[in-house]
Design a protein. Structure first.
Length: 214
């Protein structure tokens, strides 16, 4: 059960990365708008980006609950993902099925709280704060934990203040964090944005939301 649950958490984090990159942001196409298999979700997500860039990471859509179309879209999407993965995993691993349901709930809780409490987000999930406020918004795809951003080489850090204590993104004793950081620097290094593109606190000087054609 425990092994299945841990495996399910890893799969869920990989799904976060894939869905965020290819569904919510869409794939670049030369001379055309980005492509997403779920264009409504992509439209919702880019609207979310525009809002939080204007009000320092805050998004009041979450205070309106399901009456706001973007919140409704996110909740429905998360429930569908949990249902599909949970049903697919259940016949051979109840632990993975449980992880799918937990991960969906944790994703929504974490994402919602982050955009209602920006300072909490800066401290607890700096990789997601970087996703929105970094000069490169096509990076840092994970929300709950930065695991697959390190695996895929897409963790891009804008300042030392927004660097997590270790690649797992969870509190650990200093000796363990140091070992993980040494391993990461050697095999799964994070990238840093160019200094000239940053303000003193690590944020870019000008708005640079990517044109999506939507």
């Amino acid at each position: 059960m425990l092994r299945g649950f841990i495996a399910g958490l890893v799969v869920a984090n990989a799904f976060e990365w894939v869905a965020h990159k290819y569904v919510l942001h869409g794939t670049h196409r030369k001379g055309k708008p980005r492509f997403s298999p779920l264009p409504t979700s992509m439209k919702s997500h880019w609207e979310h980006h525009k809002v939080v860039r204007k009000v320092n990471f805050y998004d009041d859509a979450y205070t309106q609950g399901l009456s706001h179309w973007r919140t409704e879209n996110e909740v429905i999407s998360v429930c569908i993902a949990a249902g599909v993965f949970g049903a697919a995993f259940y016949p051979f691993s109840k632990g993975m099925a449980l992880a799918a349901c937990y991960s969906a709930c944790n994703y929504y809780y974490t994402h919602r709280r982050a955009h209602l409490e920006p300072e909490w987000a800066r401290k607890k999930i700096p990789w997601h704060y970087d996703h929105h406020m970094n000069s490169n918004q096509d990076a840092n795809w994970c929300v709950t934990k930065p695991w697959f951003d390190y695996v895929m080489g897409t963790r891009v850090i804008s300042s030392s203040a927004l660097q997590e204590s270790n690649p797992l993104g969870i509190p650990l004793p200093t000796i363990l964090s140091d070992r993980l950081n040494q391993f990461s620097k050697r095999y799964l290094p994070a990238r840093w944005v160019a200094v000239e593109n940053q303000t003193p606190d690590g944020l870019e000087v000008e708005e640079s939301c990517v044109k999506t054609g939507i």
